[in-house]
Design a protein around this ligand. Structure first.
Ligand code: SOE
Length: 388
């Protein structure tokens, strides 16, 4: 009989749904997974809504108080899929109860919280993993492989944008993602965090940066009813937007590469445009989430007469990470598969007693970079991330 682990998930909206799908799919497609997740308890404050979500997603029980959830002796893994303002307290309490922790990105709302979370998992000796899901797009894994094999040579440039447009209407309400106390930051933390994490995985550590942030629409109608960004409606009263609408920065990496990063919610027509280009001494790699099964590459190693940019369809079960579990070559996968891949690596990591990347240490380092962007935006000068 395969070994199992009982999971308690806090949060049942957008991310709760995406994580639930990961737990549901993982053993069906990756039967070799070292620990099979039992979808034991779904947790949220509104009992009726959590009950409905538990039935929809396939959780056995519900709980309305996360303090009770993390104290349950039958649970081995706590998944934190709430807005950022509760990540630290839930994750720290879970670690103190000896639970492994899977936390939605970004790890925390502040660098101080991220450091406390890292300390808590280290002290408890439990696995702490952050769900930066784009690491687990097979095409991005191929980019990593090409870099690790030296096939694009020394990296000179990282150029990344993460663009959305869902809050451009000035009458769009002041949902939690636009409030600093709840979300920590705006486009910087929500979208910039993803491209920072990818840059750290693909290029290396950021040593210094110079950034700017801006808020184009400073007042918005307060949200009525739900405050979660999907079903929220605008009321009469106005409130202040306390996060950035856009953040841009230039960075230096430890290996000598230089990079540019842009995260915005004001790029008309770009619903979820996450793209990067890496230029090395022997090749170039281009990725665009809208074509997530493809990697565009230019490699000097090709014969000169056919050398040029080519699109690799990253769906080959023999050649491409995670793809042997899914469909025959050419049968593409989607955004939700990245969550299944994350859950797979998490469960294998727990079984092996080793936190898979991105660990809480990676999450803290990402937070240090976001923190540095905010400090630089205020001072107007180059700053160094505080990793200590
Ligand atoms: C909303 O901006 C959002 O869902 C982010 O929170 C996710 O992390 C990103 O993957 C897609 O956009």
């Amino acid at each position: 009989m395969p070994q199992t682990i009982n999971v308690g998930l806090v949060g049942y909206k957008f991310m709760g749904k995406a994580h639930s799908n990961g737990y549901r799919q993982v053993a069906s497609f990756f039967p070799e997974v070292a620990l099979r997740p039992v979808m034991k308890v779904l947790c949220g404050r509104d009992a009726a809504a959590v009950q409905a979500a538990a039935e929809q997603f396939g959780w056995q029980e519900i709980e309305t108080d996360w303090h009770k959830l993390v104290a349950r002796p039958d649970l081995g893994l706590i998944d934190v899929s709430t807005p950022g303002d509760s990540h630290a307290e839930i994750a720290i309490a879970a670690a103190e109860h000896g639970k492994h922790v899977f936390c939605e990105k970004p790890l925390a709302n502040t660098l101080q919280e991220a450091k406390a979370m890292l300390q808590a998992v280290q002290k408890a000796g439990v696995v702490g993993m952050v769900n930066f899901n784009y690491r687990r797009v097979p095409a991005i894994q191929l980019a990593k492989q090409l870099i690790d094999e030296g096939r694009i040579g020394q990296i000179y440039h990282w150029r990344a944008v993460y663009l959305q447009d869902w809050i451009m209407d000035p009458s769009f309400p002041l949902v939690w993602r636009l409030q600093k106390e709840a979300a920590g930051a705006g486009a910087l933390g929500d979208l910039g965090a993803h491209i920072v994490d990818l840059a750290r995985m693909l290029v290396g550590e950021v040593t210094a940066l110079n950034g700017l942030t801006t808020t184009f629409i400073k007042q918005r109608p307060l949200a009525t009813g739900t405050n979660d960004g999907l079903g929220a409606t605008a009321g009469q009263e106005m409130g202040e937007v306390t996060v950035d609408d856009a953040a841009l920065f230039l960075a230096r990496f430890a290996n000598g590469a230089v990079g540019s990063f842009e995260a915005t919610r004001f790029a008309k027509g770009r619903a979820n445009y996450n793209s990067f280009e890496i230029n090395g001494s022997k090749g170039t790699i281009v990725f665009n989430l809208e074509r997530l099964n493809e990697l565009n590459v230019f490699l000097d190693e090709d014969a000169p007469d056919v050398r040029g940019f080519r699109n690799v369809l990253v769906t080959d079960s023999g050649a491409h990470k995670y793809m042997s579990a899914w469909w025959p070559a050419g049968h593409i996968i989607g955004w939700e598969h990245t969550f299944t891949h994350g859950v797979l690596d998490l469960l294998n990591g727990i079984a092996a007693g080793q936190a898979p990347a991105p660990t809480f240490e990676d999450g803290m380092r990402c937070q240090a970079i976001l923190d540095a962007v905010e400090r630089s935006a205020q001072s107007g000068s180059w700053v160094e991330p505080d990793y200590n």
